[in-house]
Design a protein around this ligand. Sequence first.
Ligand code: NAD
Length: 302
Amino acid sequence: MNDEGKRLDGKVAAEEVVAKVKAETEKLTAESGITPGLAVIIVGEDPASQVYVASKGRKAKECGFHSVQITLSADTPEAEVLGHVQSLNDDPSVHGILVQLPLPGHIDENKVIQTISPDKDVDGFHYINVGKLGTGDLSNAFVPCTPAGSMILLRKALGDDLSGLNAVVIGRSNIVGKPMANLLLAANATVTIAHSRTKNLQDIASQADILVAAVGRPEMVKEDWVKPGATVIDVGINRVDAPERGEGKTRLTGDVDYEGALENAAHATPVPGGVGPMTIALLMANTLTAASRVAGRELPKF
Ligand code: NAD
């Protein structure tokens, strides 16, 4: 299907964000002597996490950042991980700290996240930042990267003010669903959060002018779930078998049947190439924001 004019292209939008981060970083470093620093802690050998962390490091370097990676073995005691977080909190060359999730079972993820200084919490998971977002104090919060990136794509389709529009977010995780709902509310949409216990999900979804799927179930949202003219944001990343590509092959797909949805939607994000590239771009943007705050400069807008 030709999705020209309907596709919300995350690759292009992410490149725009990264280009702005690079330009602003150059200015920041030239004018204040501060180079944004991003530190990533990874514990264990999860292959997907290793890929994510490597690409975050590469992107940080591309942006002109000081990039630190702390790689710890899967059996690292919790106290040692907390010690690393504390050292990074105290390190003035580091402005953003990210702990790659999931952590091994013996480590309390929440304890680790709450140990990160809220001023360096570029993932936006610390209670202080969650609270700022929840109270609409967006200019002082770190907003989680995936919902923040999703909002940029949404604004490309619908503009800044979503007054009068019904938004339905499927998924209520702390990482995606809840912060996404808060961002939509801050942009004046009328927001419904649906989840695994919601009844009549299709009926609710099909009333949405803005439909966000953040579930983790391949192509759950079908053509007839989408209201004519809706904007669909697919956050899901699911790996499924792809025997058509050869034996044992797999492919990535979202939570939305993209081709089906486009029969009704005015705009939709593909997977891959939609929300995914935005997440890492917004991590760079948040790190630049953290460094700009330390420098006492006006914050770049994304
Ligand atoms: P999660 O497992 O923490 O949350 C999933 C949510 O979906 C839950 O709130 C649950 O109530 C809801 N849910 C589960 N089954 C449902 C059903 N049958 N009907 C309605 N709701 C249902 O997952 P998450 O961390 O929020 O991630 C969601 C998806 O987004 C995953 O596919 C994940 O890989 C993807 N993701 C993508 C990015 C990105 O960069 N694009 C970032 C984070 C997560």
